[in-house]
Design a protein around this ligand. Structure first.
Ligand code: 6CS
Length: 341
Protein backbone atom coordinates (compact mmCIF):
# COMPACT_ATOMS: atom_id res chain seq x y z
CA UNK A 1 0.00 0.00 0.00
CA UNK A 2 1.31 3.47 -0.91
CA UNK A 3 1.93 5.58 2.25
CA UNK A 4 0.82 8.79 0.51
CA UNK A 5 -2.57 7.25 -0.21
CA UNK A 6 -2.86 5.79 3.27
CA UNK A 7 -2.01 9.01 5.05
CA UNK A 8 -4.79 10.73 3.12
CA UNK A 9 -7.38 8.15 4.07
CA UNK A 10 -6.22 7.90 7.66
CA UNK A 11 -7.89 11.06 8.88
CA UNK A 12 -11.23 10.04 7.37
CA UNK A 13 -10.98 6.55 8.82
CA UNK A 14 -10.02 7.91 12.22
CA UNK A 15 -13.10 10.11 12.14
CA UNK A 16 -15.34 7.22 11.16
CA UNK A 17 -13.91 5.02 13.90
CA UNK A 18 -14.51 7.66 16.50
CA UNK A 19 -18.21 7.51 15.68
CA UNK A 20 -18.75 3.83 14.92
CA UNK A 21 -15.79 1.88 16.28
CA UNK A 22 -17.83 -1.28 16.83
CA UNK A 23 -19.02 -1.42 13.27
CA UNK A 24 -15.48 -1.40 11.94
CA UNK A 25 -14.09 -3.73 14.61
CA UNK A 26 -14.64 -6.62 12.22
CA UNK A 27 -11.91 -5.10 10.04
CA UNK A 28 -9.20 -6.06 12.50
CA UNK A 29 -7.47 -9.40 12.44
CA UNK A 30 -6.20 -10.66 15.75
CA UNK A 31 -2.51 -9.70 16.02
CA UNK A 32 0.27 -8.43 18.31
CA UNK A 33 2.43 -5.40 17.56
CA UNK A 34 5.82 -5.41 19.30
CA UNK A 35 7.14 -2.02 20.42
CA UNK A 36 10.76 -1.41 21.53
CA UNK A 37 11.59 1.47 23.89
CA UNK A 38 14.81 3.38 24.50
CA UNK A 39 13.73 4.00 28.08
CA UNK A 40 12.81 1.96 31.13
CA UNK A 41 9.43 1.37 32.76
CA UNK A 42 8.09 4.58 34.34
CA UNK A 43 9.59 6.83 31.63
CA UNK A 44 7.85 9.15 29.17
CA UNK A 45 8.37 6.64 26.35
CA UNK A 46 6.81 3.92 28.51
CA UNK A 47 3.77 6.15 29.16
CA UNK A 48 3.40 6.90 25.46
CA UNK A 49 3.70 3.27 24.40
CA UNK A 50 1.41 1.78 27.06
CA UNK A 51 -1.25 4.43 26.48
CA UNK A 52 -0.92 3.83 22.73
CA UNK A 53 -1.37 0.10 23.37
CA UNK A 54 -4.50 0.67 25.46
CA UNK A 55 -6.01 2.89 22.78
CA UNK A 56 -5.19 0.47 19.96
CA UNK A 57 -6.68 -2.41 21.91
CA UNK A 58 -9.89 -0.41 22.58
CA UNK A 59 -10.19 0.90 19.03
CA UNK A 60 -9.71 -2.58 17.55
CA UNK A 61 -12.22 -4.04 20.00
CA UNK A 62 -9.51 -6.21 21.54
CA UNK A 63 -8.22 -7.66 18.27
CA UNK A 64 -4.83 -5.91 18.41
CA UNK A 65 -2.46 -6.10 21.36
CA UNK A 66 0.65 -3.95 21.69
CA UNK A 67 3.52 -5.66 23.51
CA UNK A 68 5.94 -3.13 24.99
CA UNK A 69 9.64 -3.91 25.52
CA UNK A 70 11.29 -1.39 27.85
CA UNK A 71 14.97 -0.46 27.36
CA UNK A 72 17.31 -3.33 28.08
CA UNK A 73 15.01 -6.12 26.97
CA UNK A 74 15.98 -6.00 23.29
CA UNK A 75 19.67 -5.08 23.62
CA UNK A 76 21.18 -1.63 23.16
CA UNK A 77 19.73 1.40 21.40
CA UNK A 78 20.91 0.62 17.88
CA UNK A 79 19.75 -3.00 18.31
CA UNK A 80 16.21 -1.66 18.70
CA UNK A 81 16.45 0.36 15.48
CA UNK A 82 17.84 -2.64 13.58
CA UNK A 83 15.03 -4.87 14.85
CA UNK A 84 12.47 -2.37 13.54
CA UNK A 85 14.32 -2.13 10.21
CA UNK A 86 14.41 -5.93 9.91
CA UNK A 87 10.75 -6.31 10.90
CA UNK A 88 11.57 -8.38 14.01
CA UNK A 89 9.52 -5.80 15.90
CA UNK A 90 6.95 -3.53 14.30
CA UNK A 91 7.40 -0.31 16.29
CA UNK A 92 10.17 1.47 18.14
CA UNK A 93 11.31 4.76 19.58
CA UNK A 94 14.33 6.51 18.04
CA UNK A 95 16.02 9.65 19.40
CA UNK A 96 19.65 10.84 19.40
CA UNK A 97 21.34 7.54 18.61
CA UNK A 98 19.09 7.18 15.53
CA UNK A 99 21.27 9.84 13.84
CA UNK A 100 23.63 7.10 12.64
CA UNK A 101 20.76 5.28 10.91
CA UNK A 102 18.66 8.25 9.73
CA UNK A 103 21.04 11.26 9.55
CA UNK A 104 18.16 13.70 8.87
CA UNK A 105 16.64 12.72 12.24
CA UNK A 106 19.44 14.71 13.86
CA UNK A 107 17.04 17.63 13.51
CA UNK A 108 16.03 16.34 16.97
CA UNK A 109 19.54 17.21 18.22
CA UNK A 110 19.90 20.70 16.76
CA UNK A 111 20.56 23.21 19.55
CA UNK A 112 18.73 26.54 19.79
CA UNK A 113 16.28 26.28 16.88
CA UNK A 114 13.33 25.67 19.23
CA UNK A 115 10.73 27.84 20.90
CA UNK A 116 10.97 28.68 24.60
CA UNK A 117 7.43 27.34 24.74
CA UNK A 118 7.19 23.57 25.03
CA UNK A 119 3.62 23.75 23.72
CA UNK A 120 4.82 25.41 20.52
CA UNK A 121 7.51 22.77 19.98
CA UNK A 122 4.98 19.99 20.53
CA UNK A 123 2.57 21.59 18.06
CA UNK A 124 5.22 22.16 15.36
CA UNK A 125 6.67 18.64 15.59
CA UNK A 126 3.25 17.00 15.44
CA UNK A 127 1.96 19.23 12.64
CA UNK A 128 1.28 17.68 9.26
CA UNK A 129 3.79 20.19 7.84
CA UNK A 130 6.58 18.41 9.73
CA UNK A 131 5.39 14.88 10.43
CA UNK A 132 3.81 14.28 7.02
CA UNK A 133 6.48 16.13 5.05
CA UNK A 134 8.15 14.26 2.20
CA UNK A 135 11.50 15.28 3.70
CA UNK A 136 10.83 13.42 6.96
CA UNK A 137 8.97 10.45 5.49
CA UNK A 138 11.49 9.85 2.71
CA UNK A 139 14.38 10.08 5.20
CA UNK A 140 12.93 7.27 7.26
CA UNK A 141 11.67 5.21 4.34
CA UNK A 142 15.09 5.16 2.70
CA UNK A 143 16.07 3.07 5.74
CA UNK A 144 12.94 0.87 5.69
CA UNK A 145 11.38 2.87 8.54
CA UNK A 146 8.23 4.98 8.67
CA UNK A 147 7.77 7.94 11.08
CA UNK A 148 4.58 7.71 13.14
CA UNK A 149 4.80 10.40 15.86
CA UNK A 150 7.11 12.88 17.57
CA UNK A 151 7.31 12.98 21.35
CA UNK A 152 8.94 15.93 23.13
CA UNK A 153 9.95 14.69 26.60
CA UNK A 154 10.93 17.96 28.33
CA UNK A 155 13.99 20.22 28.31
CA UNK A 156 17.36 18.55 28.15
CA UNK A 157 19.17 19.60 31.30
CA UNK A 158 22.94 19.41 31.75
CA UNK A 159 24.44 17.66 34.74
CA UNK A 160 27.94 18.34 36.05
CA UNK A 161 29.99 18.47 39.22
CA UNK A 162 30.45 22.25 39.06
CA UNK A 163 28.14 25.12 38.27
CA UNK A 164 28.79 25.87 34.60
CA UNK A 165 27.23 29.00 33.16
CA UNK A 166 29.45 29.97 30.20
CA UNK A 167 30.99 28.18 27.21
CA UNK A 168 34.42 28.77 28.83
CA UNK A 169 33.25 26.67 31.80
CA UNK A 170 32.84 23.73 29.38
CA UNK A 171 36.39 23.92 28.00
CA UNK A 172 37.74 20.35 27.77
CA UNK A 173 34.95 18.94 29.95
CA UNK A 174 34.26 15.31 29.11
CA UNK A 175 30.53 15.18 28.46
CA UNK A 176 28.57 12.08 27.50
CA UNK A 177 26.39 12.57 24.42
CA UNK A 178 24.13 10.31 22.41
CA UNK A 179 26.00 8.94 19.42
CA UNK A 180 25.54 11.31 16.51
CA UNK A 181 27.89 13.57 14.55
CA UNK A 182 25.88 16.72 15.10
CA UNK A 183 25.91 16.42 18.89
CA UNK A 184 29.65 15.89 18.80
CA UNK A 185 30.21 18.95 16.62
CA UNK A 186 27.92 21.12 18.75
CA UNK A 187 29.65 20.20 22.01
CA UNK A 188 33.07 20.69 20.41
CA UNK A 189 31.92 24.18 19.39
CA UNK A 190 31.37 24.95 23.09
CA UNK A 191 34.92 23.73 23.75
CA UNK A 192 33.88 20.48 25.45
CA UNK A 193 35.15 16.96 24.84
CA UNK A 194 32.08 14.86 23.90
CA UNK A 195 32.04 11.06 24.17
CA UNK A 196 29.27 8.71 23.02
CA UNK A 197 28.27 6.12 25.64
CA UNK A 198 25.32 3.71 25.65
CA UNK A 199 22.46 4.86 27.88
CA UNK A 200 22.70 1.86 30.18
CA UNK A 201 26.41 2.47 30.77
CA UNK A 202 26.13 6.14 31.66
CA UNK A 203 25.64 5.74 35.41
CA UNK A 204 28.89 3.85 35.88
CA UNK A 205 30.72 6.14 33.42
CA UNK A 206 29.79 9.11 35.62
CA UNK A 207 30.53 7.25 38.83
CA UNK A 208 33.97 6.15 37.62
CA UNK A 209 34.83 9.57 36.20
CA UNK A 210 35.07 8.32 32.61
CA UNK A 211 32.93 11.36 31.85
CA UNK A 212 32.25 14.36 34.10
CA UNK A 213 28.96 15.61 32.68
CA UNK A 214 25.85 14.50 30.82
CA UNK A 215 22.61 15.82 29.40
CA UNK A 216 19.12 14.34 29.89
CA UNK A 217 15.54 15.38 30.51
CA UNK A 218 14.91 15.82 34.24
CA UNK A 219 12.80 12.66 34.63
CA UNK A 220 15.65 10.56 33.22
CA UNK A 221 18.28 12.09 35.54
CA UNK A 222 16.02 10.89 38.35
CA UNK A 223 14.84 7.47 37.17
CA UNK A 224 18.30 6.38 35.99
CA UNK A 225 19.90 7.69 39.20
CA UNK A 226 22.38 9.97 37.36
CA UNK A 227 21.76 12.75 39.89
CA UNK A 228 23.30 10.55 42.61
CA UNK A 229 26.70 10.90 40.92
CA UNK A 230 26.46 14.56 39.85
CA UNK A 231 26.30 17.83 41.82
CA UNK A 232 24.44 20.26 39.55
CA UNK A 233 21.60 20.29 37.06
CA UNK A 234 21.93 23.23 34.67
CA UNK A 235 19.13 24.19 32.32
CA UNK A 236 20.39 26.14 29.31
CA UNK A 237 17.06 25.68 27.45
CA UNK A 238 19.10 24.69 24.41
CA UNK A 239 17.09 21.67 23.29
CA UNK A 240 13.97 19.74 24.25
CA UNK A 241 14.52 15.99 24.48
CA UNK A 242 12.86 14.75 21.29
CA UNK A 243 12.08 11.19 20.35
CA UNK A 244 10.31 9.79 17.31
CA UNK A 245 8.03 6.78 17.14
CA UNK A 246 8.72 4.78 13.99
CA UNK A 247 7.58 1.55 12.43
CA UNK A 248 8.96 -0.90 9.92
CA UNK A 249 8.08 0.55 6.49
CA UNK A 250 7.09 -2.75 4.84
CA UNK A 251 4.87 -3.58 7.79
CA UNK A 252 3.25 -0.15 7.60
CA UNK A 253 2.59 -0.63 3.88
CA UNK A 254 0.80 -3.89 4.63
CA UNK A 255 -1.62 -2.34 7.14
CA UNK A 256 -5.28 -1.90 6.25
CA UNK A 257 -6.84 1.56 6.07
CA UNK A 258 -8.65 0.81 9.32
CA UNK A 259 -5.39 -0.12 11.07
CA UNK A 260 -3.69 3.06 9.85
CA UNK A 261 -6.77 4.97 10.96
CA UNK A 262 -6.57 3.79 14.56
CA UNK A 263 -2.82 4.45 14.72
CA UNK A 264 -3.50 8.02 13.64
CA UNK A 265 -6.39 8.42 16.08
CA UNK A 266 -4.28 7.17 18.98
CA UNK A 267 -1.35 9.38 17.96
CA UNK A 268 -3.49 12.51 17.82
CA UNK A 269 -4.96 11.85 21.27
CA UNK A 270 -1.49 11.35 22.72
CA UNK A 271 -0.10 14.71 21.55
CA UNK A 272 -1.64 16.65 24.46
CA UNK A 273 -2.01 13.73 26.84
CA UNK A 274 1.67 12.83 26.95
CA UNK A 275 2.71 16.47 26.89
CA UNK A 276 0.93 16.82 30.22
CA UNK A 277 2.44 13.60 31.53
CA UNK A 278 5.99 14.68 30.67
CA UNK A 279 5.49 18.04 32.39
CA UNK A 280 4.22 16.32 35.54
CA UNK A 281 7.10 13.83 35.48
CA UNK A 282 9.74 16.51 34.97
CA UNK A 283 8.36 18.92 37.57
CA UNK A 284 7.65 16.26 40.19
CA UNK A 285 10.95 14.45 39.84
CA UNK A 286 12.95 17.68 39.96
CA UNK A 287 11.40 18.30 43.37
CA UNK A 288 12.36 14.76 44.39
CA UNK A 289 16.04 15.40 43.57
CA UNK A 290 16.48 18.84 45.10
CA UNK A 291 17.58 17.45 48.48
CA UNK A 292 20.67 16.07 46.74
CA UNK A 293 21.46 18.31 43.81
CA UNK A 294 21.48 22.00 42.93
CA UNK A 295 19.30 23.14 40.00
CA UNK A 296 20.16 26.32 38.09
CA UNK A 297 18.67 27.99 35.02
CA UNK A 298 20.79 30.12 32.70
CA UNK A 299 19.58 33.67 32.08
CA UNK A 300 18.63 34.66 28.50
CA UNK A 301 21.98 36.52 28.22
CA UNK A 302 23.88 33.44 29.34
CA UNK A 303 21.92 31.29 26.89
CA UNK A 304 22.84 33.68 24.08
CA UNK A 305 26.56 33.07 24.56
CA UNK A 306 25.92 29.40 23.73
CA UNK A 307 23.41 30.16 20.98
CA UNK A 308 25.89 32.33 19.06
CA UNK A 309 28.36 29.44 18.84
CA UNK A 310 25.71 27.15 17.38
CA UNK A 311 24.09 29.16 14.62
CA UNK A 312 26.85 28.60 12.01
CA UNK A 313 26.67 24.82 12.59
CA UNK A 314 23.11 24.63 11.25
CA UNK A 315 24.53 24.89 7.73
CA UNK A 316 28.13 23.81 8.14
CA UNK A 317 27.27 20.57 9.93
CA UNK A 318 23.56 19.65 9.82
CA UNK A 319 22.69 20.75 6.28
CA UNK A 320 26.11 19.74 5.01
CA UNK A 321 25.45 16.21 6.32
CA UNK A 322 21.80 15.89 5.28
CA UNK A 323 21.43 18.05 2.15
CA UNK A 324 18.14 19.35 0.85
CA UNK A 325 15.98 17.17 3.10
CA UNK A 326 17.75 18.36 6.23
CA UNK A 327 17.46 21.95 5.10
CA UNK A 328 13.73 21.51 4.47
CA UNK A 329 13.16 19.98 7.91
CA UNK A 330 15.11 22.75 9.60
CA UNK A 331 13.13 25.41 7.74
CA UNK A 332 9.81 23.74 8.62
CA UNK A 333 10.80 23.93 12.30
CA UNK A 334 12.11 27.51 12.14
CA UNK A 335 9.08 28.77 10.21
CA UNK A 336 6.63 26.73 12.29
CA UNK A 337 8.05 28.07 15.54
CA UNK A 338 7.94 31.63 14.26
CA UNK A 339 4.34 31.27 13.07
CA UNK A 340 3.15 29.55 16.26
CA UNK A 341 4.82 32.07 18.54
O1 6CS B 1 20.48 9.40 26.64
C1 6CS B 1 20.00 8.45 26.09
O2 6CS B 1 20.65 7.67 25.39
C2 6CS B 1 18.52 8.16 26.28
N1 6CS B 1 17.90 9.17 27.10
C3 6CS B 1 16.61 9.28 27.14
C4 6CS B 1 15.94 10.19 28.08
N2 6CS B 1 15.82 8.66 26.27
C5 6CS B 1 16.31 7.76 25.24
C6 6CS B 1 17.79 7.98 24.98
O3 6CS B 1 18.34 6.96 24.25
Amino acid sequence: MDWKKTSQVSAAVALALGVQGNVLAQDFDSQTWRFGLEEIEGSVQYEWATRFGDKIEDLSDGAITVQVFPYGQLGGLTDIYEQVQDGDIQLGFGSGFLGGTVPESQIMSLHFIWSDSEEVNNEVLNSDAFLKSDALIDSYRDRNLHPIAMVPEGWQVLSANEEKRTPADWEDVRIRVMDNRLLNAQWEAYGADPTAIEYGELYSALQLGIVDAAVQPVFAHQEMGFYEVQEYLINAFHLPFLAGVMSNADWYDGLSDAEIGIIEEARLELVDEVHQVQQEFNEGRLDDMLYDIEYVELTPEEQNAFRELQEPLRDTVYVDMTGERGEQLMNIVLEGVEAAE
